[in-house]
Write a protein that binds this ligand. Structure first.
Ligand code: NAP
Ligand code: GCO
Length: 265
């Protein structure tokens, strides 16, 4: 075993929506493993915020404004990255949104919006990078899935439909491009403390913990929320040569949630 297989030295990694949160933590880990970091976000303010956070950590990241649901914009960003930095070796489809609305109250427009960002955009981004990966002879695509790739719950119908679809898109990219030495895997984070989940952890008026917060801790064998840093090792593994025969797999990083039936009341 050569430990250099875990290195990302000389690799170019594009992480979508990586100004903060899970994407930022993954980018930080990729940088530590030797990769050049490229990220995009939906507007200039977020990109500026991201650039400042990377600079604070001495990470020379390249940041671009790009809406990942816009195929034309994504195709032109990929061309720009290839011209200015080089061919993308690693794509992480991280950008995502959630709408927590009971299904029968949800508008079709809201449902479509979630599917657009969480499922259509990973297709658009993967489609844009795969041709050059084929030419270069290798590529890694990591799709950020979810507990909701496997489980449902009240209010997240669109998100669960999208993340379940993303699991199958992952397997299909593996099926179509595995022989071109492209590995496409997913990471399924458990409940991770980021702004996306902040409403589920808000303190109650009396200072007590949010009931959902207590519920998640009791459903997690590790008995805590995850941190973005918990995803760093798994992401580096899936981006590196150490995982060259791992393909079409979803690696759940959930403190054991999916293994556990829950505490008896
Ligand atoms: P997040 O709040 O989901 O943020 C992801 C980033 O993507 C944000 O900067 C967001 O901008 C950006 N974004 C949204 N729409 C975009 C678009 N059309 N084009 C480009 N960028 C866009 O942060 P997170 O909690 O770190 O989640 C990252 C990923 O992990 C998501 O796919 C999420 O579904 C997944 N995930 C999260 C958890 C969790 O517990 N936090 C668990 C499992 C999976 P805005 O700030 O403007 O929205
Ligand atoms: C929710 C949460 C989840 C998480 C995550 C779980 O409302 O249930 O937001 O969907 O964000 O994706 O893995």
């Amino acid at each position: 075993m050569n430990m250099k297989d875990f290195s990302l030295e000389g690799k170019i990694a594009w992480i979508t929506g990586a100004s903060y949160g899970i994407g930022f933590a993954i980018a930080e880990a990729f940088h530590a493993a030797g990769a050049t970091i490229v990220f995009n976000d939906i507007n200039q303010d977020l990109v500026n915020k991201g650039l400042a956070s990377y600079a604070e950590k001495n990470i020379p990241a390249h940041g671009y404004v790009c809406d990942v649901t816009n195929e034309e914009a994504v195709q032109s960003l990929v061309k720009q990255i290839e011209k200015e930095i080089g061919v993308i070796d690693i794509l992480v489809n991280n950008a995502g949104i959630i709408r927590r609305i009971p299904m029968i109250e949800m508008s079709a427009a809201d449902f479509r919006k979630v599917i657009d960002v969480d499922l259509n955009a990973p297709f658009i981004c993967a489609k844009a990078v795969i041709p050059s990966m084929i030419e270069k002879g290798h590529g890694k695509i990591i799709n950020i899935c979810s507990m909701m790739s496997e489980l449902g719950r009240e209010t997240v119908s669109a998100y669960a439909a999208a993340k379940g679809g993303l699991k199958m898109l992952t397997r299909n990219i593996c099926s179509e491009y595995g022989e071109k030495n492209i590995q496409c895997n997913g990471i399924g984070p458990g409940y991770i403390a980021t702004p996306q989940t902040a409403p589920l952890r808000e303190r109650q008026a009396d200072g007590s913990r949010h009931p959902f917060d207590q519920f998640i801790v009791s459903k997690t064998p590790a008995a805590r929320w995850g941190n973005p840093e918990d995803l760093q090792g798994p992401a580096v593994f899936l981006a590196s040569d150490a995982s060259n025969f791992v393909n079409g797999h979803i690696l759940y990083v959930d403190g054991g949630i999916l293994a556990y039936i829950g505490k008896q009341p």
